[in-house]
Write a protein that binds this ligand. Structure first.
Ligand SMILES: N[C@@H](CCC(=O)N[C@@H](CS)C(=O)NCC(=O)O)C(=O)O
Length: 278
């Protein structure tokens, strides 16, 4: 790999790009192999991994259960993305985009698939009438922050995280570009949270769950080992907001589901019963 690059007339993939996750990247969609997904006994079948996008959904499901919605019960099946399990025929039938998280609601008629973490949060919020405001203006604010998060996270993960932590070498140009944007996003959040307890005001909702999963990880859990580099402590309102969410029992539970890295006592590869987390 060189520092400068003259793009050819028609792009073809390099034989070896290097960097983490290079082995699962390919320029086409669709399945690579035939394999059905397992289906358990609960209304919701989740196929996922405890990445920031994955924990959004397990946190939401644990929050719904904590509110007493027994119908929110779920089986959480592990999808090892590094092994390419998101490219099985079964997974692609639930998410044609081959990315976790993917949800199959087998209590719905017909069985309903939902992919994209933001869409899953919204689906569950609507289904249970929880963590989403009913008033039109408040709902618009909630959806605005939820969509903001969905649009912003790729700059944080795919941009900053990739070039700062996963690329085969440190290249200054993309690191500078994405650090600029991530710090701007942190400042957007910090200013909004200066006079709001949660993103939309006094109430915790799906916008907080989605945004916490990414920015909470960065400011509290040293995601990408960039705590000092991004000077996360200077975003005091973000840290205060993320800390409050981080301490919620349902958040603690949800973060552990489909987790196969980190301290062993916090890992839970699959969840098929509430007692798996006790
Ligand atoms: N916009 C999607 C992004 C999902 C996503 O990027 N998932 C990653 C893990 S966090 C994944 O499955 N990567 C596997 C791959 O790219 O093959 C969402 O929010 O659900």
């Amino acid at each position: 790999m060189t520092d400068t690059y003259a793009p050819p007339k028609v792009w073809t993939p390099a034989a070896e790009t290097g960097g983490q996750f290079a082995s699962i990247n390919r320029p086409i969609a669709g399945p690579t192999h035939d394999k059905e997904l397992p289906v358990g006994k609960h209304p919701h079948q989740l196929y996922s991994l405890a990445t920031p996008n994955g924990i959004k959904v397990t946190i939401m499901l644990e929050e719904l259960l904590a509110k007493g919605h027994q119908d929110a019960e779920y089986d959480a099946w592990l999808i090892k993305i590094i092994d390419g399990e998101q490219f099985s025929s079964g997974f692609v039938s639930v998410n044609p985009n081959s990315k976790i998280p993917a949800l199959l609601d087998v209590s719905a008629v017909p069985h309903t698939r939902v992919f994209e973490s933001g869409a899953i949060l919204f689906y569950l919020a609507e289904k249970f009438g929880e963590f989403i405001p009913t008033d039109a203006a408040a709902r618009a604010e909630c959806m605005s922050w939820l969509f903001w998060q969905m649009g912003s996270a790729p700059y944080l993960g795919g941009g900053f995280g990739h070039f700062y932590a996963y690329a085969p070498k440190k290249f200054q140009y993309p690191i500078d570009r994405f650090t600029m944007e991530v710090k701007r996003q942190l400042d957007v959040l910090d200013r909004n949270l200066a006079d709001r307890r949660f993103l939309c005001g006094d109430d915790y909702n799906i916008a907080d769950i989605g945004t916490y999963a990414w920015y909470g990880n960065v400011v509290l859990h040293d995601q990408y080992e960039a705590t000092d580099f991004l000077d996360v402590k200077s975003y005091t309102n973000v840290v205060r907001w993320a800390t409050e969410i981080d301490e919620r029992p349902a958040v603690r539970r949800g973060r552990r589901v489909n987790k196969i890295r980190g301290p062993e006592e916090l890992q839970l590869a699959e969840r098929h019963d509430a007692s798996d987390l006790d």
